[in-house]
Design a protein around this ligand. Structure first.
Ligand code: HEC
Ligand code: HEC
Length: 365
């Protein structure tokens, strides 16, 4: 199937990139307390799994840190600056809503609200995804409308239901802050500007990595790292429960879009998902396959946050998803027992990354 040939290709490209950048990875750790643990591991094997006649990339340990685009230079110096910007409410109209307001480090860099609330209580239509491992995904947002973290970073600032500010005002406001003036001069050799804000925030985001989970330890050889239920859950994940058809590769996503027939919830009447980007019928109601790493920390679930627990997600998938004319042909009723659903949840919990050492940055005055 074409779909899967593409999947495998995406992954092998990612690996190539990671090998080249393994050296850069070492630098990142010293740049930031939260930085990825970045021992340059050998990239995960390009093993594949054949399920129902389809070949997909196996799940495996997360190779090393995240690829850095060649266009974002002078990287390590930007991380510390980007971290400050990420936590700075002055990027918003009322000076109080930072990126972390909806991508909170204490709730898995995601938002525990069903859908996000921005400046002046404006309610957004979608659940806020985690920032964990966004540096590993080629397309940002549930519908994949942004291509890079640099491209994505300036969007929330002007989104009326998020930070509701203008780009001009942000540059003006931050440009008056001495600490930012100094850092921009040191890092970019310029005054505060939008391009620099985007590059710095993206640089910081790439250090937010979920890895070193019980699952990683287990597949790297520590057979005691996962409890028995989780080991059985992993077998189901790759077999009877068919999860690996879409959640595959080291980051547990094919980076493609599928319609699971998730019930519409939240303020939107109908969310057409990927269709709003491609205008192709087949993409109606399709959303990006999210990573499952650290999934136990990032409830609620799905693009509209309709499910509050992993158990609810399992019941939903066990039925073969929801009802939708455009439902993915990869879904079907699974006939899982209560025990099996519990084992899948135990496996998902084993994907929680090792705790990261986190310190709030000091914001410049
Ligand atoms: C008011 C809440 C809110 C704020 C503030 C906010 N975001 Fe988001 N963010 C969201 C929501 C909701 C989505 C999903 C939107 C969609 O898919 O259409 C999202 C998506 C993202 C994504 C894509 C992740 C993925 O897996 O596709 C990234 C990256 C991101 N935000 C970074 C940021 C950065 C950087 C800032 C600050 C400049 C920020 N966000 C501010 C709510 C917010
Ligand atoms: C056909 C591809 C496909 C299959 C098969 C599949 N998923 Fe997913 N999964 C997705 C997509 C796409 C989403 C997001 C859907 C949405 O929000 O509308 C998702 C969402 C999820 C979520 C919520 C993630 C979040 O951040 O909100 C979990 C948990 C999950 N899947 C686990 C599983 C498990 C476990 C299995 C196997 C029982 C499985 N999935 C099978 C594609 C798939």
């Amino acid at each position: 199937m074409d779909l899967y040939r593409r999947t495998v290709k995406v992954h092998s490209q990612t690996y190539a990139y990671l090998i080249v950048l393994g050296v850069v990875a070492g630098l990142l750790t010293s740049a930031d307390g939260i930085a990825a643990r970045s021992e340059a591991r050998s990239p995960a094997s390009a093993d594949t799994i054949i399920i129902d006649g389809m070949t997909v990339a196996d799940i495996g340990p997360l190779p090393t840190v995240v690829p850095i685009p060649a266009t974002n230079l002078n990287y390590t110096a930007k991380v510390e600056l980007g971290k400050q910007l990420y936590f700075d409410g002055r990027l918003s109209k009322n000076n109080s809503i930072s990126c972390a307001f909806c991508h909170n480090p204490f709730t898995g860099f995601a938002d525990p609200r069903q859908t996000s609330i921005g400046v002046a209580g404006g309610i957004g239509g979608r659940q806020s995804p985690t920032i964990f491992n966004t540096g590993l995904i080629p397309l940002q947002f549930w519908d994949g409308r942004a291509g890079s973290l640099e491209e994505q970073a300036l969007g929330p600032i002007i989104n009326p239901v998020e930070m509701a500010e203008t780009h001009e005002n942000v540059v003006k406001k931050l440009g008056k802050i001495k600490g930012y003036q100094q850092q921009f001069r040191a890092v970019f050799g310029t005054e505060v500007n939008l391009q620099g804000i985007a590059e710095a925030i993206a640089a910081y985001e790439r250090t937010v990595v979920s890895t070193d989970s019980a699952f990683d330890k287990y597949v790297l050889g520590d057979t005691t790292a996962m409890e028995e239920a989780a080991v059985r859950g992993m077998a189901l994940f790759k077999g009877k429960a068919r999860c690996i058809l879409c959640h595959n590769g080291p980051n547990f996503t094919d980076n493609l879009f599928h319609n699971l027939g998730v019930p519409q919830a939240g303020p939107m009447k109908e969310d057409l998902g990927r269709f709003s980007v491609t205008r192709q019928e087949k993409d109606k109601g399709a959303f990006k396959t999210p990573t499952l790493r650290s999934i136990s920390e990032t409830a609620p679930y799905m693009h509209d946050g309709v499910f509050t627990t992993l158990e609810e997600v399992m019941d939903f998938l066990d039925q073969g998803g929801g009802h939708n004319p455009n439902l993915s042909p990869l879904l079907k009723p699974l006939g899982l027992s209560t025990d099996e659903k519990g084992e899948l949840v135990a496996f998902l919990k084993a994907l929680t990354g090792a705790p990261i050492k986190f310190e709030m940055p000091k914001l410049p005055k």
